[in-house]
Design a protein around this ligand. Structure first.
Ligand SMILES: NC(=O)c1ccc[n+]([C@@H]2O[C@H](COP(=O)([O-])OP(=O)(O)OC[C@H]3O[C@@H](n4cnc5c(N)ncnc54)[C@H](OP(=O)(O)O)[C@@H]3O)[C@@H](O)[C@H]2O)c1
Length: 321
């Protein structure tokens, strides 16, 4: 099969190549998927570049996310799953068979039913959003602030929080991003770069303030977060900034704020299972929507990685193998 792969860490153009490798067979408990679309996330280029390196087992086909159709199953898997259309998550975690290839094999629980290519945009962003929202219980009736609502994680955080019964406020940097974030259905979109952002959020949140923040820029946004939180509120952070923030301990103590950090690779299996079930149910209910997509053929994988790495486009970058 044709696959994009690397066998050492480094810049996209130096280490990524497309070649023929043997098509994998599904082992016990695994399914093989004919990949229709492969989705790129920041974690994929960070692993490839060596910024956050992961061990390479001979070679690595990149990308956790993807969508396609099951065409073979291993021992112990119901053959009725053949021909099922699925979305894939964490395909390349601890395995060489990422989705940037014509086929991949994954443990069967990492392929859940989905229609259309939205499936290729879900795995990392929607699973991360789910954990950031629900790690400490339901958000029903809570006021949730999602930082960066036009980003992939932010987009699904808005949609999953709304489906779960939260009031949702989101922040963006300008009008185009505001339009995009609004499509996910938040109750309020605020430009975090404009003066008065905190007042807008506070007045919408009401006397109690914000209960829960899904945060991707803790250092940049902490003053804003502290200005709008209710006492004892939670900030859940899922992204590292170029420089680690300095924590204003007294202000955090005064707010009795609870800080939580999330890295998808370390989320407990039960929570991953819960996330998959909820995301598939949300998909079936039509509650999750696509972001704008930019497609590249497999042969242009280096350019696709550079596009994600450089933050050159808004939305998802997809590979069509
Ligand atoms: N911990 C995990 O397991 C995990 C999982 C997934 C992703 N991540 C990390 O999370 C980050 C985002 O991933 P993604 O796939 O969602 O990326 P993305 O689709 O590129 O979105 C990033 C968003 O961040 C927004 N942003 C940047 N600075 C901001 C600020 N100060 N306040 C509010 N919004 C801000 C940008 O919007 P504006 O231009 O409007 O600001 C952009 O929409 C990446 O660093 C990624 O590595 C971590």
């Amino acid at each position: 099969m044709r696959a994009a792969l690397y066998d050492r860490h480094g810049p996209a153009r130096e280490v990524l190549r497309v070649e023929n490798v043997e098509r994998p067979e599904p082992g016990r408990g695994e399914v093989r998927v004919r990949v229709e679309v492969s989705g790129i996330n920041p974690t994929d280029w960070k692993s490839r570049s060596g910024a956050t390196p992961r061990p390479i087992d001979g070679f690595q086909i990149p990308h956790h996310d993807g969508a396609g159709v099951i065409d073979a199953v291993g021992e112990g898997v119901d053959p009725g799953r053949i021909a099922q259309r699925v979305w894939l998550w964490m395909a390349a975690a601890g395995r060489r068979w990422g989705t940037a290839a014509e086929w991949t094999v994954v443990p069967e629980r990492q392929a859940d039913s989905a229609s259309a290519e939205l499936g290729a945009s879900l795995g990392v962003p929607a699973m991360t959003a789910h954990r950031c929202l629900f790690a400490d219980g339901p958000v029903d009736g809570k006021t949730v602030l999602v930082a960066g609502g036009a980003g992939a994680v932010g987009h699904f955080a808005i949609e999953l929080a709304k489906r779960a019964g939260a009031r949702v406020i989101t922040t963006v940097s300008g009008p185009y991003k505001a339009e995009l974030a609004a499509k996910a259905g938040p109750d309020l979109v605020v430009n975090y770069r404009e003066p008065g952002a905190a007042e807008q959020i506070r007045s919408f949140a009401g006397s109690g303030g914000v209960d829960h923040v899904v945060e991707l820029a803790l250092g940049a946004n902490l003053q804003l977060d502290l200005a709008v939180l209710r006492p004892g509120a939670r900030i859940v952070t899922y992204a590292a900034e170029a420089a680690d923030p300095v924590l204003p301990v007294r202000a955090c103590m005064t707010a009795n704020v609870v800080l939580r950090f999330v890295l998808l690779y370390g989320v407990p299996p039960e929570a991953l299972g819960q996330a998959v079930g909820d995301i598939t149910a949300a998909l079936a209910a039509g509650a999750l929507t696509e972001l704008p997509v930019t497609r590249f053929p497999l042969d242009e994988i280096a350019a696709a990685h550079e596009t994600v790495e450089g933050g050159a486009v808004v939305g998802k970058v997809l590979i069509v193998p």
